[in-house]
Design a protein around this ligand. Structure first.
Ligand code: F6R
Length: 261
């Protein structure tokens, strides 16, 4: 695991967009794992901008989103399919048949989860997984006590997650209480993962995930087991990290990061 601290949320999102940009240019048939949420909006805006002005080409990519609410059709303004269309897919040149989200409307949800795992395997696995982190430490919707080896399945959301996301629904009580999410094990199988966290409200949970013990109580702490995981944060989200000076030293001195200075 490596931690990169940028001065602002905008600079952190820019660095993540650049990592994705490079990965897509290096491998035009990249299999991208995608996240939703407020934090990612800045990243997708930058990717759309790079597509428009710098020829960033997504036509060969395939995408798999981490999660989708149970019971919301794709056209619902709160569905993650709708979010992706609005923030990214509708603004870049990606073939919709190559974009995948779990089917929260399936009559047989367990079968839909198994089919999602199979589709990821058939694509050859996820090359680059983008992640955010919830205030309860979730990645995807892997709420506390998610098994560290869990696969795609239906998960009940915590009151904390409902409180964080319900204001986005009209009325807030319309928010589903369950979602389909890739498992922690599914995420750990990705070849590279990048977690973006910004803002002071993420500082406490981020420190627990990065520097605390690996525990199913904080799903993001499982990323300590990932062979190639980069955590990108702004100063506000980095505030509770004990190793800040060391992380800054790495960013300032490792050749890999020179181009970002
Ligand atoms: C959603 C997802 C979640 C979010 C997390 C942070 O697809 O994967 O884990 O990344 O809830 O959300 P924001 O960015 O809204 O704080």
């Amino acid at each position: 695991m490596e931690v990169i601290i940028r001065p602002t949320a905008a600079a952190a999102a820019d660095l993540v967009a650049t990592l994705i940009d490079r990965a897509v240019r290096q491998r035009p048939d990249l299999v991208l794992g995608l996240a939703t949420g407020r934090t990612m909006e800045a990243v997708y805006a930058l990717l759309a901008e790079r597509h428009r002005t710098q020829g960033l080409d997504f036509s060969g990519c395939r995408t798999f989103n981490l999660d989708e609410y149970v019971g919301l059709p794709p056209g619902d303004p709160n569905a993650y399919r709708y979010y992706m269309e609005r923030h990214l897919f509708g603004r870049i040149n990606i073939d919709r048949r190559r974009t995948h989200l779990p089917d929260g409307m399936a009559a047989d949800l367990d079968a839909a989860c198994a089919a999602y795992e199979q589709a990821i395997a058939d694509a050859g696995g996820i090359d680059f997984q983008l992640l955010g982190i919830g205030h309860d430490g979730h990645i995807g919707f892997n709420e506390p006590l998610s098994a560290l080896r869990s696969r795609t399945r239906v998960k009940a959301l915590t009151p904390q997650t409902v409180a964080a996301n319900a204001p986005l629904f009209d009325p807030p009580t319309r928010m589903p209480r369950r979602a389909i999410t890739m498992g922690v094990g599914t995420i750990l199988d990705s070849r590279r993962c990048v977690l973006l966290a910004t803002g002071a409200s993420k500082a406490d949970i981020l420190a627990r995930a990065v520097e605390g013990p690996i525990t199913a109580m904080v799903s993001a702490s499982a990323l300590q087991l990932h062979p190639r995981c980069t955590i990108v944060v702004d100063e506000a989200a980095a505030a509770h990290l004990q190793g800040r000076d060391y992380y800054r030293f790495i960013f300032d001195n490792e050749p890999e990061w020179k181009a970002f200075h």
